[in-house]
Design a protein around this ligand. Sequence first.
Ligand code: HSE
Length: 459
Amino acid sequence: MSENKPVPVAVAKVSPSAERPLREVPGKTLKVALLGCGTVGSQVARLLTEEADELAIRSGARLEVAGIAVRRLAHPRPGIDPSLLTTDAMALATRPDIDIVVEVIGGIQPTHSLLLAAMRAGKSVVTANKALLAEHGEQIHDVSHRYEADLYYEAAVAGAIPILRPLRESLAGDTVHRVMGIVNGTTNFILDRMDSSGADFSESLEEAQELGYAEPDPTADVEGFDAASKAAILAGLAFHTKVTASDVYREGITEVTAADIASAKTLGRIVKLLAICERSGASGPEAGVSVRVHPAMIPRTHPLAAVGGAYNAVFVEAKSAGQLMFYGAGAGGTPTASAVLGDIVAVARNRLAGTRGPEVSTHAGLPVRPMGDTLTRYHVSLDVADKPGVLAPVAEAFARHGVSIQAVRQTSRGEDALLVIVTHEARDADLAATVSELEALPVVRAVASVMRVEGEGDQ
Ligand code: HSE
């Protein structure tokens, strides 16, 4: 047979009547209980109604909103059938006819009790609750396992961005080394404003509040609590290890000054609040993970540097996949509802197939290393006297703690000078000890700022 001779292909003849209709809306129904009807919940309810036929075709069953738990019945809710509303969330979450419970209330209680009760009653659960998962994830996953209940929570981290399923499923065959993300839109908006306008933190926070990006009480965002919960979830999935919010080292952005931002700019860097989850030590007894949230300077050429406004992005580095970046809207009713809807369709499909999604795996059991052991770099700004003999004791303080200096930049300001020192990588504890010693040096008038430097080798 000649190499070029075409190989005959058998073509199956299908009569039109035997073909499966492409858009057959299934007759079966799965009942959904929605716990919470705020910014995200109201959009989930709207989309479940408006996209009902399409979602039914994709899921294999009609997804009927069978009840909505709210705090106040009288609150105006355009487009929501008032007969669906109840204030008894527990009764709704455990009602015998309910198949899927969707929790978009947030906070630890009553959501903790509601989700456990729902899973014990055999419901599939979808939640957007990062704080609950970061604090009680182990118990919640354990109940999901014992009661064979699906538990999906894509919306808990970075809103619309698909990042948990990629870590849990797409990268299940790879080894993740690092996850570094901008996972809080409020702080990214504030830092972006400080960078573009030169404004200080409080002015930029006020602007974020006026525009509705920041809450009237911004603590959870600006102090890094929100990002720390997300970091715990990301690290747990990336490294197959139990990580809780209390394992995460956390610093917020309230101490970031306009001078820090300006100094970063001069050095070709930008300040971002980062959630960093890293595997440390290749294997053996040294293996561990470090999980931290803090402001850091990254090169302006880093992929995360281009993430502006209230957007989120997560940069992942894996052994075989190399560097990946996930980018998009990290908050907001409709974007977050997109992630919730994706989970609802997934649990509906699983339910109809009599199966469950993949379980979370914590088999690696890696220890979470203390922040002091983490390898980082520092950018240190010092107010010093501009006179002979200043540089030597400053350099000696670094040397005494085994910290190598990468760059020094001095700007004269009359009798004083601003000395900016950027270090090579060193243990965080050694860098902190160096800074304490600098604070006590007679030639140092003040340690104006200390900020970590990240992402140098990433582009
Ligand atoms: N407050 C969060 C943010 C959104 O600013 O990104 C919800 O996690």
